[in-house]
Design a protein around this ligand. Structure first.
Ligand code: NAD
Length: 321
């Protein structure tokens, strides 16, 4: 059988493809290369058990043709749907972006899974489905689910359609609510942004917001491990899990200082006045991972360790360009 990963040329997708190939699985990957890059697939593309198709999943005809082609040769047993708009400000500037790349790609995935009787879906949702609740502890059962960005809204709408599909034709759905995930190949995110700004103006880093936003961060290695762990262990037909480091997180100020230390020691940091970096940014959130812990999984790295590892990895990625 084949495992299909959508958004495979993105940050999480290419790491996941690598992990499945290591486990001996056969992997097909789809991506329209709007935000992901072929270069991210360099490590996996040499594997015999890996195939890639460039296709826009918002176009149901094209998506259907590509999926039937893979499915006819070697049945697809699971779809890991990671393709989405990953840029929150882009979805604020034009809500059609989240509608198309996040919601419609999920909607089309479900239509095709029904037609082709593909039983299992894994979906990369986000902490953004919860919204802004300060220090309130957010959990999978009671929410509250009040997104403050179109990005979060379209993730939540996708979750809702997936839940309904379990009633009708899916055997299992794994909904993973990711926190901020760090590592390489970085395609977006705060560390990449800081490293790039410092390459343009090495003596000064301008930070969006006052730097006091505090979030928990998870390293990609831990994220992949958690998802594969849930895939093995979770028994509910609708399994919804928060995945995060088990701590209160770190501030943007901490991240800025870490990046400076590696990339441009001695540079100045200029903070903004706002308590958030952009519209839809959630300045603080606390995420309960009690459910995941009860299943038997713990992250190896806390937020501080994840940030330190990723700063060094992303600095290397950018400096080697
Ligand atoms: N990285 C994080 O911190 C984070 C946090 C929460 C949720 N997520 C979710 O995890 C998933 C992966 O995120 P990522 O960080 O790897 O982002 P990414 O942008 O690197 O990867 C997403 C991939 O989807 C592809 N894509 C987008 N629209 C498409 C379309 N219409 N058809 C085909 N391909 C399309 C892009 O080209 C890209 O390669 C996304 O669903 C994202 O929303 C990520």
């Amino acid at each position: 059988v084949t495992i299909l990963i959508t958004g495979v040329a993105g940050f999480v997708g290419c790491n996941l493809a690598q992990a499945f190939l290591k486990q001996g699985e056969t992997v097909a990957g789809f991506d329209n290369l709007s935000r992901g890059r072929l270069q991210n697939l360099a490590i996996v593309s040499t594997a015999q058990r890996f195939s890639f198709v460039q296709v826009d999943l918002a176009e149901i005809e094209d998506y259907g043709r590509a999926l039937r082609h893979v499915h006819d040769r070697n049945p697809v047993s699971e779809i890991w749907h990671l393709a989405a708009n990953s840029d929150i400000p882009a979805g604020t500037a034009d809500p059609a972006v989240d509608m198309r790349d996040t919601f419609l790609t999920t909607f089309n995935t479900l239509r095709l899974m029904k037609e082709l009787k593909i039983p299992t879906l894994a979906f990369s949702s986000s902490s953004a489905v919860y919204g802004d609740h300060g220090d309130g502890m957010l959990n999978e059962v009671s929410g509250p689910l009040l997104p403050i960005s179109n990005y979060g809204a379209m993730k939540l709408a996708s979750e809702a359609c997936i839940s309904a599909a379990v009633e009708e034709f899916l055997t299992h759905a794994h909904i993973f609510r990711f926190p901020n995930v760090l590592g390489v190949p970085a395609t977006h995110g705060v560390i990449l942004d800081f490293v790039r700004r410092l390459r343009t103006t090495p003596d000064c880093l301008t930070v969006l917001g006052n730097g006091n936003q505090q979030k928990s961060y998870l390293h990609i290695d831990d994220l992949i491990e958690a998802m594969l762990f849930i895939r093995q262990r979770a028994s509910d037909r609708r399994s919804v899990f928060n995945i995060a480091a088990d701590d209160a997180g770190v501030t943007v100020r901490f991240i800025a200082e870490e990046v400076l230390g590696v990339v441009a020691p001695g540079a100045r940091i200029v903070y903004g006045k706002e308590d958030r970096g952009w519209v839809g940014d959630v300045p603080r959130f606390r995420y309960s991972i009690a459910k995941l812990r009860a299943l038997g999984w713990q992250p190896r790295m806390d937020s501080v360790e994840a940030v330190r590892k990723a700063v060094s990895e992303i600095a290397n990625q950018e400096l080697s360009k």
